[in-house]
Design a protein around this ligand. Sequence first.
Ligand code: ATP
Ligand code: MG
Length: 653
Amino acid sequence: MSTGTSHGTVYPVSPELKVRSLVDNERYLAMYQQSIINPEGFWREHGQRIDWFNPFTKVKKVSFDDHFVDINWFYDGTTNASYNCLDRHLETRGDQVAIIWEPDEEGEARKVTYKELHEQVCRFANALKSQGVRQGDVVAIYMPMIVEAIVAMQACSRIGAVHSVVFGGFSPEALAGRIIDSSAKVVITADEGVRGGKKIPLKENVDEALTHPSIKSVEKVIVYRHTQADIAWHDHRDVSWTDMTAIASPYCQPREMNAEDPLFILYTSGSTGKPKGVLHTTGGYLVYASMTHEYVFDYKQGEVFWCNADVGWVTGHSYVTYGPLLNGATLVMHEGLPNYPEVNRISKIIDKHNVNILYIAPTAIRALMAEGDKAVAGTSRQSLRLLGTVGEPINPEAWHWYYKTVGEERCAIVDTWWQTETGAAMLTPLPGATDLKPGSATRPFFGVQPALVDNAGLLIEGEGEGNLVILDSWPGQARTVFGDHDRFIQTYFTHFKGMYTTGDGARRDKDGYYWITGRVDDVLNVSGHRMGTAEIESAMVAHKSVAEAAVVGFPHNIKGEGIYVYVTLNSGTEYSDELKSNLRQWVRKEIGPIATPDIIQWAPGLPKTRSGKIMRRILRKIASGDYDNLGDTSTLADPTVVDHLIRDRALAS
Ligand code: ATP
Ligand code: MG
C-alpha cells in the first residue's frame, strides 16, 4: 500500500517484511548510530563475520589527507577470500547448490554444489601454480558468463594472485589496454562466448590483443573449451584448461593473506572519462561485500539469489561472486542477454529456478518496460519476494513498472547507490527498515557517512542539494588506482579536503533520504538555475510514449546553457513533431517552465557503456556539434549509435 501523490509516493515497510527481516527501523537506527559513533567497536564486531586465520586486533587506520591518502582495515589480520567463500561452507552445506548456470539458449541448466565448486577451484588453483602464477601476480580474466569465470576468480584469490576481470564484450584493443595497465602475467579466456545467439570470439580477441607491441608481461594464455569452436593455437603460450585441471590435485591449501593484500583490480565503466583501474584489498572488502549482501537483500539461507550483472563489472564481483558465496547462497548466473530469445527471458528464468531475489540495472528495466506486458508474458514470478536495482538513477516511472509488473506489488525494491570504488552498496534501503520512495536510494548503510557540500566544500545541513561526499572510510573502500596513487588522490580527495568525492550530485529531503541527481560533471546551469539530469530525464520517462531519455546542456546565447534531450520512444510508437511539442508541454507541467527542453532529438538508440550507463559526455559533444573529439570511447557498447545520432543531429529541433 502506498501513500501520497504519484511523485512523492511512499511505500511503507510491510508488516511481514518488518517481522521476517534482519533489522527493522528501530534496529537500523540503533546500529547505524553505533557504527558512526564508535566505528572501531562496530567493525570489530562485524569484522568477525568472515573467518580469520590470524585474528585482527587493529580495526582501522585511515588518512583522507590529500598529501597522504592511506586506507587500512583489519590490517594485522590474515585470511583468504576463497577459503571464506568455499571451505567454511563444506561441512554445513557442501551438497547445497552454489551456482545455477543458465545457458544463452533455453535448455538444461547446470548446477554446481559448494563441494564441486571447491574441488574445481582447488584444481584450477593448482594448475595456475603449475604455470608459475605466484602471490601478487596479476591475472587477467576475459571470460563469458560461465561457471569457470567464477572458478578462475576464486582460484586466483586462493593462491594470492590478483585478478583483473575484463568484460568479455570488450574489443581486443580495450583488452590490450587493460593488460598493459595491469601488467598481467597470465590471461584466462574461453574459445568463445555466446550472447543472444551470437558467438563472441574471445580467444581470437586475446590473440589479437597480444599482438600489441607494448605487451611484454603475458607468459601464458589459459583456454577453456566452451563452444568447441576452431581456434588458433600457439604452443609456446596457449594452455588448455581441461588438460591442466585433469592432472591437478583436487585440494589446494588457501594462501594466508594479509587483510590489506590486493584481491582484485577492476576498471570502472568509463562513463565520465578514461576508466580507472580500481584496487580492492582482501579483509575489508570481504566483510563489507558479505555484510551488504546479507542486510540489503535480507538474504536467508536456502533462498535463490539472482544478480544479472556481468562478472566484468563491480556488481558482478560483489553480488554475483563474493557476496553470495561468502554467505553460502545459491546464486543464478545467466550466460546470455536478458531479452533473448524473447523479451520475457528474465521472467522465465525466475520461474524456472524459483528465484527469490532479483537484482538488475535500470537500463534493463527500461528496455523491458518499453515492451510492456510482453516482458512477463506467460510467467507467474510467484517465487520473487525482493527486487533490486543498481547502476544509474532509476526513474520513478521505471520503478513503478518494476514494482507493479514484475513484482506484482508484492516485492519491495532496494535501489542501491554505489560505485566500483566503494566496493559494495552505500546508500540503500534495508527491506525491513526503510519506507521506500521511488527514485531515492534512501539512507546510508552501516558505517557510511554521506554528506552534501557546495562547490566551495561547505557542508550543507538538512534539506538541500550539492556534491555527494563521504566523510570517513568504510571497509569496502578502494585503496588506490592500480599503479597510479596520484590519480587516486586527484580524483577522489582533492576537490573537497578530507572527504571522499563521489563525483555524483544528490539532494537530501526532509526525511534525510538521498536522491542522486546525476553526475556532477553533467549538471546544467540554465539561466542561473542548476539542474541535475536525473529529474528532467525522469519527467520525460514518465510520459506514456517515452522509453528512455538523456539530458545534456549545450551553449545557449541567452540562457547560458540550454536543455537538449535525446528521446527513445516505446516500441511501436511513431516519432512525430506533434509528439515533440507534447513532450515540451509535459515537462513544463511536470517540473516547470525552467526545465522546458530547448531541443529534442529523436534517438532510437542512446550511447551506453558496456555496463549499460548512458554516456552523457558524448551526447554533450554531439549536442554542441563538436564531433571531432569525442574522448575515450573504448567502453562504448555500440559505436554505430553515435554515428546515427551525429547523422540525425540536423533533424533535432
Ligand atoms: P567512470 O567512473 O569510469 O566514469 P562509472 O562511474 O559509470 O564510470 P561505475 O563505478 O560502474 O562506473 O558506476 C558508478 C556510478 O553509477 C555512480 O557514481 C553513479 O553515478 C551511478 N549509480 C550507481 N548506482 C546508482 C543508483 N542506484 N542511483 C543512481 N546512480 C547510480
Ligand atoms: Mg565513476
